[in-house]
Write a protein of this length. Structure first.
Length: 274
């Protein structure tokens, strides 16, 4: 089956550990675009979190954002679909999290909102230096996140949680997962990502493929975290990185090289450009 659309996670997948795009991955992406194959950023980030060196590649137009909470036409700044957390439920989640030593931030109106007590002390929550810089550049500082939701009463795309405590992370994951209205996943070993139950990268991929008139058998997806699992299961060809979580590898059709060794380019050349 000819591959017509490729969805790519960023952190741990397309980007290396320095959060850069290798020349090998860039060349494979550009060759796909030249052949008319859609390259789709499929990320837990918002549109503003997509690096400039990705957005500036001619031909990248559509994106699956905040784990499928939004599917967008970046060129026209048009929302194709969205699945959000109701503001009252989001406020309850933040109130619950406030009892634990974790940093958290809701994504509202396309941007992460973070209090200074978290934003200025990310090292206390297990966030490494290269990620601290990215987080600070993509969050708006607010005085009180819970108060913000109460005042604006706007739905939330995603809630991100950071903690260096692995046991606490798992305990929170288990407790939050008991709520049927949300989906809890992770993209990093020190975070949790909370979305509406209907917001997954797999659902986002299906909605975008339908919008573009592409069959799911004609899609490929690459990822490494549990927030990528749904799209790896849904895609015609699901590819896990060598550095992926075991649960992701178990469900993948193929395991490629790591994000440090141009694993995305290797998978693209094997399945889409061969």
């Amino acid at each position: 089956m000819k591959i017509r659309l490729i969805a790519l996670d960023f952190d741990g997948t397309l980007l290396n550990e320095e959060k850069k795009l290798s020349e090998g991955n860039r060349e494979a992406i550009e060759e796909c675009l030249a052949r008319g194959i859609y390259i789709i950023p499929a990320t837990g980030r918002t549109a503003s979190g997509i690096p400039g060196f990705i957005r500036e590649i001619p031909g990248i137009r559509y994106a699956i954002l905040t784990n499928g909470a939004k599917v967008m036409d970046l060129q026209e700044n048009k929302i194709i679909s969205q699945e959000l957390i109701d503001w009252e439920l989001a406020r309850k989640i933040l109130t619950f999290l406030s009892d634990f030593p974790v940093a958290y931030d809701p994504y509202v109106e396309g941007r992460g909102k973070m209090e200074a007590r978290f934003r200025d002390h990310l090292e206390n929550y297990g966030v490494p230096p290269v990620m601290r810089q990215m987080v600070r550049s993509t969050r708006d500082e607010v005085e009180d996140e819970i108060q913000l939701l109460s005042q604006r009463r706007c739905a939330v795309e995603k809630i991100n949680v950071f903690t260096a405590d692995r046991k606490l992370r798992q305990d929170l994951w288990n407790q939050l997962s008991s709520c049927a209205r949300i989906k809890v996943t992770s993209s990093l070993e020190y975070n949790l990502e909370i979305n509406a139950a209907s917001a997954t990268k797999g659902e986002g991929l299906a909605r975008l493929a339908g919008y573009l008139g592409i069959r799911m058998e004609e899609t490929m997806a690459c990822g490494d975290g549990t927030n990528d699992l749904s799209m790896i299961q849904a895609a015609g060809i699901g590819v896990a990185m060598e550095n992926a979580m075991d649960a992701v590898k178990e469900q993948a059709d193929y395991i490629t090289l790591s994000n440090e060794h141009d694993g995305v380019a290797a998978a693209i050349r094997r399945f889409a450009l061969n």
